[in-house]
Design a binder for this molecule. Structure first.
Ligand code: ZN
Length: 501
C-alpha cells in the first residue's frame, strides 16, 4: 500500500525499497519503466521469480533477527492463515506468501521481494474490523502477485536508481557480515535515510488495489474493508500532518482520494456483505496491543484502554480485552490479577485456543506445570492446528522434567510443521541437552538457525556436532548436512556479489 507500506518504513521496509532498486540497477538500468511494464518483461529480465525469492529469503533471514520481528506463534499463524485464504483467490496460481508481524506501533505494512509481507502491530491494533486488516493484507499480496518489485514499479527516476544501488550495496555488504546482528540493524538504519523518497508508482498502487479487492471479495471478507481502511488512513494523515516525515506523504499525494473513490465505486456494485469479524481477530488485535507496549507510561495507558473496552463491549471484543490484561499482568508477575482477568475473559464467549493457551501459560508461569500440561493437552486435542498450543505443551513437559516424552512429542510436531515454527527446534535442543545428547542438541540448534537464516551459526553447530559424534552413520549424516549448509552459504554469497555487495 503506497500510503501504508511506504509511508514510514524503517528497517525491513527499507530493505524492500533498497533491494527493489538494487534489482533495477542490475536488471533494468537501460529500461526505465513508464506506466505499467508488461508482466513478461519482468520474467524475462534478470530478476526471475526464483531470484526474487532468493533475495527475499536473504532479507527475511536478516529480518528475523531484527528486534522488531514478531516471534509470536499465535499472531503469525493468524496472519498467515489470512494471507493464504486471500492468496488462494489470486488470479492464476496461488503465490507464495509469508505474512509476519512487526513490533511497531506505527500504522504500516509492506511487501518484501519473494512474497514476504510484514504487518505492523500498530496496523492490527488500529483495524476496527477484520475486513480492514484483510484489505491491507490483500493489497500487499497484490504487489506480490503483480511482481511490482521485480517490474521496478517505483516512483524514482533512473538516476536515483543508480544512486540507490550504492546504498543497496552497502546494506547488503553489512548483511553479508552474517551473524552480527548489530551490524545488520545499523545497515537497516542507514537505509532509513532514503526511505521517504521512494515508493511504488501510482499505477502499481492502483493495480494492487484492484487485485487485492478481487481477493478480498472472493475470500468472503467484507469488500468495504479496503475502502474503510483508506478513509482511516486519510483521517490519520490529516491528524498527523506535519508531525513526522513519514506522514508528510499524505499531504502531497491526493491520489489516495482517487483510490478511495475507485474502491467505493467497486464496493457499491456488490451486494451488502454479511461478513463478521472472527473472534480470533479480536484476540489477535488485543494481544498485538499488549506486545507492542514496552514503556511504563504506555502500559498505564494501555491498561486504561483495555479496561475501558472490557467494561464497555461484549462478546469476543470484551473477552479479548480481559485476556490481554491477563497477559500483561502475567508478564509483570502479577499472577493474582492475571488469574482474575482471565476469569473475566472466559465469561460469555465460546471456548477458544486463545483462552486455553493463556490458561496453560498462566498455570506454567505460576509454577503449576502439571495443570499447564493437562490444559494444553486438552486444548491441543481440540485445536490440533495451533502451534502456540504445541509450544506451551512442550514447555510444560520440560518444566516437569519429562524430556523423553517432550522429545517424542516435538519430533511428531516438526513433521507437521517442518519449517513454520523454528521455536520447536529450539525446544528440541533443550531436550537433547538435558538428556545428555550434546551432538543431537547441536543438530537441533543447527536446524533452528537454518530456518531463521543464520547459516554461519548453523554451520558452527553442525561442526561441533560432528566432533562430538561417535557414531559413523550419524557422522555421515552430519557431513551431508554440512555440505548442504556450505552450499547455501556459497549461493548467498554469489547472490550478494550479483547485487554488488
Ligand atoms: Zn501499496
Amino acid at each position: 500500500m503506497r500510503i501504508v507500506c511506504l509511508a514510514a518504513y524503517r528497517r525491513l521496509a527499507c530493505a524492500l525499497v533498497v533491494l527493489a532498486v538494487a534489482c533495477l540497477s542490475t536488471a533494468q538500468v537501460h529500461a526505465q519503466p513508464t506506466g505499467l511494464p508488461s508482466m513478461g518483461a519482468a520474467s524475462t529480465s534478470d530478476l526471475s521469480p526464483a531470484l526474487e525469492r532468493a533475495l527475499g529469503d536473504l532479507i527475511i533471514a536478516q529480518g528475523r533477527r531484527d528486534p522488531t520481528y514478531l516471534h509470536d506463534a499465535e499472531i503469525n499463524q493468524y496472519l498467515n492463515d489470512m494471507g493464504h485464504r486471500l492468496a488462494r483467490h489470486a488470479q492464476g496460481p496461488a503465490p507464495f506468501v509469508d505474512v509476519f508481524g512487526v513490533l511497531d506501533s506505527q500504522f504500516n505494512a509492506f511487501a518484501l521481494p519473494g512474497g514476504y509481507i510484514g504487518i505492523n502491530t500498530g496496523l492490527i491494533v488500529q483495524s476496527e474490523t477484520e475486513a480492514e486488516l484483510a484489505g491491507v493484507v490483500a493489497h500487499e499480496i497484490g504487489h506480490v502477485t503483480q511482481r511490482h518489485i521485480a517490474r521496478g514499479m517505483t516512483q524514482r527516476r533512473q538516476s536515483d536508481y543508480i544512486a540507490m544501488a550504492s546504498v543497496a550495496a552497502a546494506l547488503l555488504a553489512a548483511l553479508a557480515g552474517g551473524v552480527d546482528v548489530a551490524a545488520g540493524i545499523a545497515a537497516f538504519g542507514q537505509a532509513a535515510a532514503i526511505d521517504q523518497q521512494l515508493g511504488y508508482s501510482r499505477d502499481a498502487e492502483r493495480e494492487a488495489d484492484r487485485v487485492g479487492f478481487h481477493m478480498l471479495t472472493k475470500a468472503g471478507y467484507d469488500p468495504s474493508g479496503l475502502q474503510s481502511m483508506f478513509a482511516k488512513l486519510m483521517n490519520s494523515a490529516q491528524f498527523n500532518m506535519g508531525r513526522g516525515a513519514g506522514n508528510s506523504y499524505f499531504s502531497t499525494h491526493p491520489l489516495s482520494i482517487d483510490r478511495m473513490t475507485d474502491m467505493q465505486n467497486r464496493t457499491k456494485l456488490l451486494p451488502r456483505s454479511e461478513f463478521q469479524s472472527s473472534d480470533a481477530f479480536y484476540y489477535v488485535r488485543a494481544r498485538s496491543l499488549v506486545l507492542q507496549t514496552r514503556e511504563r507510561d504506555d502500559v498505564a495507558r494501555v491498561v486504561d484502554r483495555l479496561q475501558d473496552e472490557g467494561r464497555r463491549s461484549s462478546g469476543a471484543p470484551r473477552s479479548a480485552a480481559w485476556l490481554a490484561l491477563s497477559e500483561l499482568a502475567m508478564q509483570r508477575g502479577q499472577f493474582a490479577d492475571a488469574q482474575r482477568f482471565f476469569g473475566y475473559a472466559q465469561k460469555g464467549v465460546p471456548d477458544s485456543p486463545f483462552l486455553q493457551r493463556q490458561g496453560a501459560a498462566l498455570a506454567l508461569a505460576s509454577g503449576d506445570a502439571n495443570r499447564a500440561l493437562t490444559l494444553s493437552r486438552q486444548a491441543l486435542a481440540r485445536w490440533s492446528d495451533q502451534i502456540s498450543l504445541v509450544e506451551i505443551q512442550a514447555r510444560a513437559m520440560q518444566a516437569l522434567g519429562q524430556h523423553a516424552q517432550a522429545a517424542r512429542f516435538l519430533a511428531q510436531q516438526v513433521q507437521r510443521w517442518p519449517t513454520q515454527a523454528p521455536v520447536l527446534y529450539q525446544l528440541m535442543a533443550i531436550n537433547y541437552s538435558d538428556a545428555n545428547e550434546p551432538a543431537a542438541a547441536r543438530r537441533a540448534m543447527a536446524d533452528y538457525y537454518i530456518l531463521t537464516g543464520a547459516l554461519p551459526a548453523a554451520l558452527a553447530q553442525l561442526q561441533q556436532a560432528r566432533e562430538m559424534s561417535q557414531d559413523f552413520h550419524e557422522q555421515s549424516r552430519i557431513d551431508a548436512e554440512i555440505v548442504g549448509v556450505r552450499e547455501r552459504i556459497e549461493q548467498e554469497r554469489a547472490l550478494l556479489r550479483k547485487f554488488g555487495a
